[in-house]
Design a protein around this ligand. Structure first.
Ligand SMILES: Cc1cc2nc3c(=O)[nH]c(=O)nc-3n(C[C@H](O)[C@H](O)[C@H](O)COP(=O)(O)OP(=O)(O)OC[C@H]3O[C@@H](n4cnc5c(N)ncnc54)[C@H](O)[C@@H]3O)c2cc1C
Ligand code: FES
Length: 297
């Protein structure tokens, strides 16, 4: 499994690492739905789309049970791709879901054979470490809760390119944890607020320790998680002079730049649309990762 640059297939419309989505939504078919701790991993076969780049996302809609008869939800919901495996019959896309409301609840109960409409891949992916810091010796991946999804595919992409990476993953408690199998074979250190796994405390404690060692000058940090965690990562990296990219969330209604629902303020003034200029942003480009109305706790 890997990102677009590594899988041997031509990614139509690839643009500086960004893979451009085919026009309109298309039908994929669910091939698996597995429990993973407190989360679900839903895998669908996309017969027509290009393989995504790590950090990109899809807008998802269940074919059935999605609005109609006065029921919610009816807008698509945004999900980072957690794994992508190209094959002769299409690309197997895996999504890590946390059931937080009607949309995620419906997606979490999808069964093999059901239809899943998707639009994507969308947005700006992660950048290779050397593009961000010519002295970079490797990458440090920092994930919080469901935010580990885009880091899972990025880890595999980095490993496929022979780039050293270390992963730090943090969870609130046992119920709000899962997806670790997506990090198989990797050097992973865990933290949990309730102490059920690894270091008792925040994943940013582990990052602070790592950056206090000799990693700071030669690492690039990639993070995804709740806004408070992302803000702690951003502030820590700024203080230590470490380059970082953050995969962020904001409320997304369309996913392709039309509704402006996902606008976030940037340091240079004004706003960007997170769905087209993100979701991966250079940490130095924002004053704060605390974006109103978005993000898992
Ligand atoms: C680029 C991007 C990538 C994402 N990737 C993933 C992913 O890989 N896995 C995943 O499970 N979710 C992901 N999300 C979040 C997901 O889109 C939302 O959790 C989902 O839209 C909620 O829909 P719902 O109908 O279940 O809940 P809603 O009815 O929309 O909300 C129910 C409850 O969840 C809260 N909520 C709403 N939006 C979010 C949010 N973005 N994060 C946390 N809580 C929220 C609400 O405050 C409310 O309390 C991503 C969001 C974005 C923008
Ligand atoms: S989600 Fe509509 S403009 Fe970004």
């Amino acid at each position: 499994m890997s990102g677009a640059a590594d899988n041997g297939r031509t990614a139509p419309g690839a643009d500086g690492g960004r893979v451009t989505a085919p026009f309109g939504r298309r039908r994929s078919e669910v091939v698996a739905n597995e429990e993973s701790g407190g989360y679900r991993i839903v895998t669908a076969l996309d017969p027509a789309g290009p393989p995504p780049a790590a950090g990109q996302f899809y807008m998802l809609t269940a074919e059935r049970g999605w609005g109609g008869d006065g029921e919610r939800p009816f807008l698509p919901r945004a999900f980072s791709v957690a794994a992508a495996q190209p094959g002769a019959d299409g690309v197997r896309l895996s999504f890590l879901l946390e059931d937080v409301g009607p949309g995620t609840h419906r997606l979490a109960e999808l069964e093999p054979g059901e239809g899943l409409h998707l639009t994507g891949p969308l947005g700006r992916p992660f950048s290779p470490p050397r593009e961000l810091n010519p002295d970079a010796a490797g990458a440090i991946l920092v994930g919080g809760g469901i935010g580990l999804a885009p880091l899972a595919i990025w880890r595999r992409t980095l490993a496929g390119r022979g780039i050293p990476e270390r992963s730090l993953l943090g969870f609130r408690d046992r119920e709000h944890s899962g997806g670790l199998e997506l990090f198989r074979c990797s050097e992973v250190r865990l933290a949990s607020e309730d102490g059920h796994a690894g270091h008792r405390g925040y994943v940013t404690d582990l990052l602070a320790q790592m950056l206090a060692g000799d990693s700071a000058a030669t690492a690039v940090v990639y993070a995804c998680g709740p806004p408070a965690m992302l803000e702690a990562v951003r502030a820590l990296c700024e203080e230590r002079g470490v380059t970082a990219e953050l995969a962020m969330e904001s409320p997304m209604a369309c996913g392709y730049g039309a509704c402006f629902g996902c606008a976030v303020p940037v340091r240079s003034g004004g706003y960007i649309r997170l769905c087209v200029d993100g979701p991966v942003l250079l940490a130095a480009d924002i004053e704060s990762a605390l974006v109103a109305g978005a993000g898992h706790r």
